[in-house]
Design a protein around this ligand. Sequence first.
Ligand code: UD1
Ligand code: UDP
Length: 363
Amino acid sequence: MIGMRVFFVIGTRPEIIKMAPVIHECEKRSIEHFVLHTGQHYSDNMSKAFFDDLSLKAPDKNLNIGSGSHSEQTAKALLGIEKELLSYKPDVVLVQGDTNAVLSATIVAVKLHIPVGHIEAGLRSNDVRMPEEHNRRLTDHASAFLFAPTEETAETLRGEKVWGRIFVTGNTVIDALEKLIPEAEERIANSKFSNRNNFVLLTMHRAENVDDKKTLTGIIEGLISLDEEILFLAHPRTVSRLEEFNLMEMIKNNSRIEILEPVSYLIFLGLMKRAKYILTDSGGIQEEVTAPSINRRAFVLRTSTERPEAVSSGHVSVVGVNPKEFPTKIKEYVDKGLDVHMPGPYGDGLASERILDILVDYI
Ligand code: UD1
Ligand code: UDP
């Protein structure tokens, strides 16, 4: 449809990053669009910094829902999104990933009979503890367009007999990242990290890891026993829990772990490139390490992953959270060598173009 109107819903840091190339593609094609930010992430270093680095204009509407329980966040987003959808009357609602923003937008849109396009469809961790696993399963089964990043994720959707049409597109994070690498190199060279080398880059924020005192204490003990120079860019959720469980001192007293606030996207890309290896429980970072311009090893502090393609390509190893086991596993991998020789599984950086080609054809 020539006059197609697209309604984007985003809520958190990774959604801003992964939706940016799709929004830019709409701008390039002069497709009318509206960007709604639920405001789930609101700190400058979790939201505005990403609009700046990704050259995105401010959202057309911010619901400012902020932090709260899952029900609070979802309920506020449902009401806010409904009002804007009724007024904008889009032809399609696009959501990305597995957050509460994604689930909320999907519920509202399908009840208003507006088709939903789910970007990054078909991922499964099969870990019932994860709120994201419920969000992504529910969204996949309500979406009209399922943009699966890989053939494997498409196969999962076919196996589950979802109602919508399935397309393999690649992951839009590769589009975002590859475009920004030259700028990231420049930014890091002019930053306080310009002389940093041989460090391990750490991020961690999964509720299953940080909300449980015993698990989080174990992970910190394991990190200390790893005895590497660790740069820990701590998510605000993790900072809250470290303080609540009196673990912050344990980290600050350790001279080999430096804990800092999250950094902007361009700096983070630069740090990933320079790191000896990456330790994380993030979803997006498991994909980014497979990008041709990054091509690093990541050790995943979890017991499962919904990104098995990155394990098959040799970029990602799931090492668990048991402090008696994960440091030894990591040391064994390091001893064997950290080079990766397989191509990344998440596409060629053209996922956003494919998504819009499909929407123009089908809507
Ligand atoms: C959310 C997503 C998760 C995603 C992550 C990306 C859900 C269920 N979870 O988890 O899938 O991987 O975002 O980072 O949607 N906080 C701030 N400032 C902010 C945002 C959060 O201080 O801008 C703090 C608050 O104390 C808040 C806590 O972080 O309570 C958790 O934030 P929330 O958005 O609820 O969940 P995330 O852990 O960020
Ligand atoms: N990221 C960043 N700065 C940081 C930490 C992460 O720019 O200090 C980026 C990272 O490159 C990735 C995204 O944030 O693209 C991942 O977000 P997060 O781990 O919060 O969410 P997930 O991907 O697990 O949903």
